[in-house]
Design a protein. Structure first.
Lengths: 296, 296
């Protein structure tokens, strides 16, 4: 994932856009992914495992919320002050409840951490109890740990996020999809899983009564027939139509799929709009001049 | 620092005490150290440094705020529900401003990370720009990285902490003394330093107008002539008297010293009381029946 310096530099570009959104008068609840960071962190933990006990995935998720939350909090604060806005930015650590009976727990699919050869894979499975799957690639067989990716049900700290937003804070939360926890006998307990960040963002957006759910990604708009001769950009579209395309398999599960699914859910459940666009087009999309805008 | 399981188990004992404090009707702002965690984390980062770029100390501090904040947040929430209290617990990532002209930056003293032999020490100094000091010990020479420990000046996120407390949240913040940042040209920037957690807790306590500042540690009360024949427990004491003992060198810099100093500062600056006691005596000390209680 590169050095902290590089990450701060990349963040600055994004935060300057977000600062403009705040300048337009919007309140902001920010979520973020943690794929590269949690990957690096689990790699470091594995390499040092004979000296320091590796932490479980819920704790690693919490660590990346600290890491990335801090970076966004500081960068966005700086970008805001640069354009004369004194809006406080704050990160709230976030647990997200999942259902222990979620079928995902019986079929772990999400790859995480280092690649193993056959022997390492066997050892990781025996010693650590990891689920291991063979992953594609030419040449020698390669293996990787896979973990469950259950559906997010509820953001535990939603009241804190909501109150802080009402008071004018810009709030960073639900990072990396949230720390996955299950509730049993009135107790919360972390689980070895990862929650899809887009679906968790949707749950958060619902619980704070967001006016819009916006996904900022690498492309300016969602495409049909992506990469083919008849590729077509989607602009304004109904949730109904979008769902049809989703079911036709237009959007790959690893990238655009979850964003489209989360957008459809948000529009269906709240009647408000969802937007998918690139960082560069954030302002244009909010003004209805760019991006894919999914409405009721 | 042991496995996450062990840490959760240790935390449970502490959190059951804290839950009783909440039951008594107190609002709670919780801070915590991060010594073992940031030590382990920097060890892991160093061991993997040829594969993943190590993160700087401010980022590592943020990661431990995530890690420990999550654990306390979940444990305390569970302990509260167990005794029938539905109080929300939330962790706020916290940056603490230090002065770039603090003399500590010219004289790093706080050891951190792994021990080195002479050659490793030389390499760490050349390749990473670390300040290295020889550390005590019989036999072969051993070295360790030392970093500055500047005075905390201001908690950046103090408003969020204060507002959440006013709304009835239990707030975890300023973990590990806070993420050290300097302000230059209106921008915040992380620095390679660690802030004393006790002094940072004092700054936080001031800025949230705390009625009392309480340090929970391994001993039930502060001692004069600790470990000697004339050892004496300190009960209720004025800040003036405590300062005299502090200046006479009764309290070692690595352990009780900063707590006593922070307690004196808090009492002097606010007129409110400070308490130093053990986890086990939390309730007794709040009722004035145990611990060292420093008053104006």
């Amino acid at each position: 994932m590169g050095t902290a310096e590089e990450q701060f530099r990349n963040l600055q570009i994004v935060c300057e856009q977000l600062a403009e959104v705040v300048k337009m008068g919007y309140g902001l609840a920010i979520t973020h992914g943690n794929g590269p960071q949690v990957g690096d962190l689990s790699l470091q933990q594995e390499l040092a495992k004979n000296i320091v006990p590796p932490q479980p995935l819920d704790v690693l998720g919490a660590m990346t919320q600290g890491q990335i939350g801090y970076m966004i909090q500081q960068s966005l604060g700086n970008s805001l002050r640069k354009i004369g806005i004194e809006a406080p930015v704050v990160t709230v650590l976030t647990q997200v409840v999942v259902d222990p009976n979620d079928p995902a727990f019986r079929d772990p699919t999400k790859p995480i951490g280092p690649f193993y050869d056959e022997e390492e894979a066997k050892r990781a499975s025996e010693e650590r109890g990891f689920f291991i799957k063979e992953v594609g690639g030419l040449g020698a067989k390669r293996f990787r740990r896979v973990v469950p990716s259950p559906e997010p049900k509820r953001v535990v700290e939603r009241d804190a996020v909501r109150k802080l937003l009402e008071l004018g804070f810009i709030v960073i939360s639900a990072g990396g999809g949230g720390i996955p926890v299950i509730a049993e006998d009135g107790r919360l307990r972390g689980v070895e899983a990862v929650i899809d960040k887009d679906l968790a963002s949707e749950i958060l957006a619902e619980s704070i009564n967001a006016d819009a759910l916006m996904f900022l990604t690498d492309v300016d708009a969602v495409r049909l027939n992506y990469g083919k001769a008849n590729e077509m950009k989607i602009g304004r579209i109904s949730a109904y139509e979008m769902e049809r395309y989703y079911e036709e398999g237009h959007f790959p599960p690893g990238s655009m799929g979850p964003k489209v699914l989360a957008a459809i859910r948000f529009v269906r459940r709240t009647g408000n709009k969802a937007i998918i666009t690139s960082f560069e087009k954030t302002i244009d999309a909010l003004e209805g001049k760019a991006g894919t805008i999914i409405c009721g």
